[in-house]
Design a protein around this ligand. Structure first.
Ligand SMILES: COc1cccc(Cn2ccc3ccc(-c4cc(N)[nH]n4)cc32)c1
Length: 243
């Protein structure tokens, strides 16, 4: 997978070169290219924004600059690519989204700032046959798209083959069965007079699986009842419903 990110703050994306993702790039499991949007300005001030038509607070990012940038970074043509535009007004980005995007050959992220990007940039991309996803990472307002891109790139990249040391981690993590993950423990057996639950220290794998599912059901019911409601009818068996 190749990932391109266009932004006026390229350094915001430096964390993508660190740790697990940095190693995945070094190992050739994915390519990441970050582009400074100001490269496509032609004025001495390198202006990327202007006042909104119709008035209102803040500024809007100019279509000409974004148009030239995306013409170069995301040329229309045979190789399919998906343009992702983070915005508070977007569809929710979820683990399902991450799984779907993990199958893409190319993802291009457009990081807006100010009050966002002139709508015609997205219309033009769609008119050129490019898939455009406007996505939100949560119901709160950031200052720009860069942090949202860090979140989404990490969520997608960890699903790529070879990126995670243990592939079971991605297959069995939170949301994989529609439930939140339950509590985890490691050594020592007792810490500050708090003991690891006995069942986890025994060797009964069926009992451990049952205990973990019960804790996941309890936590999901307590913190995210919406996820329980979204489960398919046959997802919970009688033992689950008794929790
Ligand atoms: C576009 O509408 C906006 C309205 C008020 C402020 C802003 C600021 N802003 C600029 C670009 C941008 C990109 C993403 C986000 C964002 C995403 C999520 N989940 N929260 N916030 C916020 C962004 C934009």
């Amino acid at each position: 997978m190749r990932i391109d990110v266009v932004t006026i703050f390229p350094a915001y994306l430096d964390p993508l070169r660190e740790a697990l993702l940095g190693r995945a790039v070094e190992r050739g499991l994915l390519e990441i290219a970050v582009h400074d949007l100001r490269r496509w300005t032609h004025d001495v001030h390198q202006a990327v924004d202007d006042a909104p038509y119709g008035g209102g607070p803040g500024m809007v990012m100019r279509p000409q600059v974004w148009g030239e940038a995306l013409d170069e970074v995301l040329p229309a043509g045979p190789q399919p690519a998906r343009l992702v535009v983070p915005t508070p007004a977007g569809r929710p980005f979820t683990q399902t989204t991450a799984r779907a995007w993990a199958d893409e050959q190319r993802l291009v992220f457009a990081c807006g700032r100010y009050e966002g990007i002139d709508e015609r940039v997205l219309l033009d991309a769609r008119a050129r046959g490019i898939e455009v996803d406007e996505v939100s990472i949560g119901d709160y307002v950031l200052v720009g798209g860069e942090v949202a891109v860090l979140v989404m790139v990490e969520a997608v990249a960890r699903l790529l083959p070879g990126v995670l040391g243990n592939p079971r981690s991605a297959a069995e993590d939170s949301f994989s069965d529609g439930l939140l993950e339950g509590p985890s423990y490691t050594r020592p057996e007792t810490w500050r007079e708090l003991a690891v639950p006995d069942v986890l220290r025994g060797g009964n794998h069926a009992a451990i699986a049952r205990w973990r599912r019960d804790r996941a059901l309890e936590r999901t019911r307590d913190r995210r009842p919406d996820l329980l409601d979204a489960l398919p009818p046959d997802a919970l068996d009688a033992a689950d419903r008794a929790v």
